[in-house]
Design a protein around this ligand. Sequence first.
Ligand code: MG
Ligand code: MG
Length: 249
Amino acid sequence: MITIKSPDEIKLLKIAGRIVYDTHKYLQQYLKPGISSLELDKLAYDYIIKRGATPSFLNYDGFPNTLCISINDEVVHGIPDNRKLKDGDIVSIDIGACYKGYHGDSAWTYYIGDNPSDDIKRLMKGTEESLYKGLSAIKPGNRICDISKAIEDCANSYNLSIVRELVGHGVGTDVHEDPEVPNFVSNYKGPVLKEGMVIAVEPMLNLGRRNVYVSDNDWTVITMDHKPSAHYEHTVVVTKDGYEILTGE
Ligand code: MG
Ligand code: MG
């Protein structure tokens, strides 16, 4: 069921989104070689709690941590552990926070070090741009498939492949609500966008082939060819004439 959020609910969703955005900003100073993903997870947990929210993903379907940290060939749902970040890694951090029962959800991909290869630059730039192209298709009267088309066109223009097993989603009192927001074109047209709908748009693009598998830990999604993957996500509200990002500045 797709819910239209009231102005009071949107106020709470904005606070949750702001906490998610601020958590990303807070973590950036620590994104250096030598820190472990588990240390980042602890920093994020403490920060989110300090802000009066709770981590959305912790215990979600049994997920054991605050952050999903997916490194290099890991696409999404990486489980933080003692592995240390090193120069040349690309790291996707997905953050969810719940404030007074309302969630925010945003992922970003970061490069560790100073000199990404041209391929990594293309992967990161193309995936980030595909997020914003997708968002630019949001306005009342358009459909979900307009977002999908904009993302797919952008991914193609960067010669990146689109992961199809995971999609964007509605956001509200549950971190994953209807409707689904695919990053690719299919027979699914999706509902017409209406003012007050809140959705997370989240392209996951691969440098190599689109195929992925789930690791032995039952969570982490990994590229089949072990080439790197990137993931950018914002939660947005549909407004009278477009959209507003809830997980940005
Ligand atoms: Mg999401
Ligand atoms: Mg997310």
